[in-house]
Design a binder for this molecule. Structure first.
Ligand SMILES: *Cc1c(COP(=O)(O)O)cnc(C)c1O
Length: 431
């Protein structure tokens, strides 16, 4: 089928959940994807932060070929050799002790919420006064299933499905006083993304993160960090929380005592380089709450997805991709700041490693910029209305950044608002 036929068929046959760009992709290589008519696109979004090694990476292709000849699926009724090996790699790199594997981000987050409630129940049975409430953050995004959507801030995601799961309160983002005011022994967990993704690529402040850790520890509540978008090396460290030192000191992966430790973290998007896989990681203490039969999944942590995830981690290390994310990410951010100095429309540049954003002064311009970049065959997206988001594959190089910056420069020049003298008078720019 051709693009037009597919569009017509989808419009008739699918639930209209997506507003797709009009392109039919058929192939990919490295940081590029190719459309049916042979046009080559530079992908700085990597399937929403999923394709960590880009397209057609031999480590992934060969692992899929090898593992699919052996076992693709076996269920969690039996052993296979992937889960323990993957859990070992993940626990070593995150400072957590145990893993549960599932199929997606939202499912990992559901697992984390259930684990927190089960742990609070266990603590109550041991005499601790601890409630069942969740504190989530404004602008948070944790997924689309009921628990996840209940802890997701945006009204439009929750409201059509009301009533959502009760017992969730939202704290103003990075507002320490609001966090303190809402925290009590009623709270069983504080839920954060170290760097909010869909909410506009917004990092937690050191002060807020440290206070969340401190408050949770003071009552035995849990600190749950959603690393589904920021984790697995995108920010230059395995998890974005590893950038946050306990006492404001710079955090360092080599000394796991240095950074703020969550009690639970969740991983998904880039975990298996494009195959669906999610993980819940937790401490030994929290793991006490789970016994056989309490939670599970048919597909989760299957042999194929686990084998690919192991290959992704090994490739990230072999090819020095954490370093690449740090270096190319810093270069990218620097070039965006350079653009911001010349374009009034860019009011902020932020992010870490290869999780980056340029916030524009208008939602309409942001939408137009994504479309204009698309015409120039560069894939980015817009989140939180005004924020241009860049989530390139970890293999991206400076030359790709230069291509994107040149294109964005052109787009912003061509679309510069005519009455720029009057519209740029506000003092709200952060760059
Ligand atoms: C994408 C995302 C999710 C949901 O993951 P899905 O795989 O789409 O269910 C949850 N949390 C964060 C931070 C995300 O970016």
């Amino acid at each position: 089928m051709k693009l037009e036929e597919i569009r017509a068929a989808e419009a008739r046959l699918l639930l209209s959940t997506y507003d797709r760009s009009p392109v039919l992709f058929v192939d990919g290589d490295g940081v590029h994807v190719m459309s049916e008519n042979g046009a080559k696109y530079l992908d700085l979004l990597s399937g929403i932060g999923v394709n960590a090694l880009g397209y057609n990476h031999p480590a992934i292709v060969e692992t899929i070929a090898r593992q699919s000849r052996a076992l693709i699926h076996i269920s969690n009724l039996y052993y296979h050799d992937g889960q323990a090996e993957l859990a070992l790699r993940l626990t070593e790199r995150t400072g957590l002790d145990r893993a549960f594997f599932c199929n997606s981000g939202t499912e990992a987050w559901e697992g984390a919420l259930k684990l927190a409630r089960a742990y609070a129940g266990l603590r109550r049975s041991e005499g601790a006064p601890i409630g069942t409430k969740f504190l989530a953050l404004e602008q948070s995004f944790h997924g689309r299933t009921f628990g996840a959507v209940s802890t997701t801030h945006k009204e439009k995601y929750r409201e059509p499905f009301a009533p959502v799961v009760p017992g969730v309160e939202f704290v103003r983002f990075n507002d320490v006083a609001d966090l303190r005011a809402r925290f009590s022994s009623e709270v069983c967990a504080i839920l954060v993304e170290a760097i909010q993704g869909e909410g506009g690529v917004r990092p937690l402040t050191q002060e807020f993160f440290a206070e969340a850790r401190h408050l949770a520890s003071s009552t035995g509540a849990l600190l749950i960090v959603d690393e589904i978008q920021a984790g697995m090396g995108r920010t230059g460290k395995w998890c974005a929380y590893q950038h946050y030192g306990i006492s404001g000191a710079p955090a360092d992966r080599s000394s796991s005592v240095g950074w703020i430790h969550p009690d639970i973290t969740t991983l998904a998007k880039p975990l298996a380089g494009g195959l669906p896989l999610g993980a819940v990681l937790c401490t030994e203490e929290v793991a006490r709450a789970i016994h056989a039969g309490m939670h599970g999944t048919t597909f989760g942590g299957g042999p194929l997805a686990c084998a690919v995830a192991i290959a992704v981690i090994d490739t990230i290390e072999k090819e020095g991709l954490l370093q690449n994310a740090t270096e190319v990410g810093a270069y990218f951010q620097d070039r965006l700041r350079g653009l911001a100095r010349r374009h009034e429309a860019i009011i902020d540049v932020r992010g870490k490693g290869l999780m980056l954003a340029a916030e524009l002064d208008s939602a309409e311009l942001a939408k137009r910029a994504v479309a204009e970049m698309f015409k120039r065959r560069i894939l980015i997206n817009c989140t939180s209305d005004t924020v241009l988001r860049f989530l390139p594959p970890f293999i991206v190089q400076r030359a790709h950044v230069d291509t994107a910056i040149a294109a964005l420069d052109e787009v912003l020049t061509e679309n510069a608002g005519a009455p720029s003298e009057s519209s740029s008078a506000g003092g709200h720019r952060h760059v």
